[in-house]
Design a protein around this ligand. Sequence first.
Ligand code: PDD
Length: 286
Amino acid sequence: MRTVYVNGEYLPENEAKVSIFDRGFLMADGVYEVTSVLDGKLIDFAGHAKRLERSLNELDMPHPAVLPDLLEVHRELVRLNGIEEGMIYLQITRGAPNDRDFVFPDPKTTTPTVVLFTQNKPGLADSPVAKKGIKVISIEDQRWARRDIKTVQLLFPSMGKMMAKAAGVDDAWMVEDGAVTEGTSNNAYIIKGNTIITRHLGNEILHGITRAAVLRFAKEAQMQVEERSFTIAEAQEADEAFITSASTFVMPVVEVDGVAVGSGAPGPVAARLREIYLEESRKMAV
Ligand code: PDD
């Protein structure tokens, strides 16, 4: 049984409780982060902590008192659960007033709810899926307009995953005004020659922590990076495609809407980027 963290306490998972009035439960009024663990250490913790703070600020959500100590809480959960490879999920909601109301509760009387738990995934880095690549379909992006905030409103991404599953593929790339925004829970990229193309930052996509690191490593490896929109047709004609996220790192995409990308097998650039990403982030893990 896992040991989880809830509002200052480390508890067995079946003893951890949150109120039925919690704003996360009633209104999806919460933000989250997923940080990966390799060799028992946290990957890019500082990046996740920074984005978390930004998400809280964008929603005028009070900062929980534990915010400065989150690294210690993450480490303690890794230790208590003996995680070598996996993820830490963190969620902060606006807390639980004692009723349902659209008006935000008074932060003096209602403090944020903070929950963290581990997900043990042995073999996460040496994933057999990364050697095969994944297939995606395109779907219309029907999420709200502030996708730069990492909120727990994940119903549409979850439906997108189910659409992909029903189509016999692994994931969906969401399209808005003819251009790809991102994957259901990852950022999307195509490669043409020596150029990596991924959508520019804005409110339309989540500013991936893995994205920032991968683009930095790509530039250091003398690859060209173009941050701009691209279409599904362009992806189908690309040499390679891939996604990034804290849980998949760099994952090749080998098919888009039934059309093979490049050779239809993971290409050398994505494979190399995955290698560099894993190697460099392991070195900087805390
Ligand atoms: N998802 N875009 C979306 C919509 C995401 O949900 C995620 C992450 C990303 C990649 O961000 P990062 O590189 O910081 O993980 C992009 C996490 C992993 C999840 O929901 O499980």
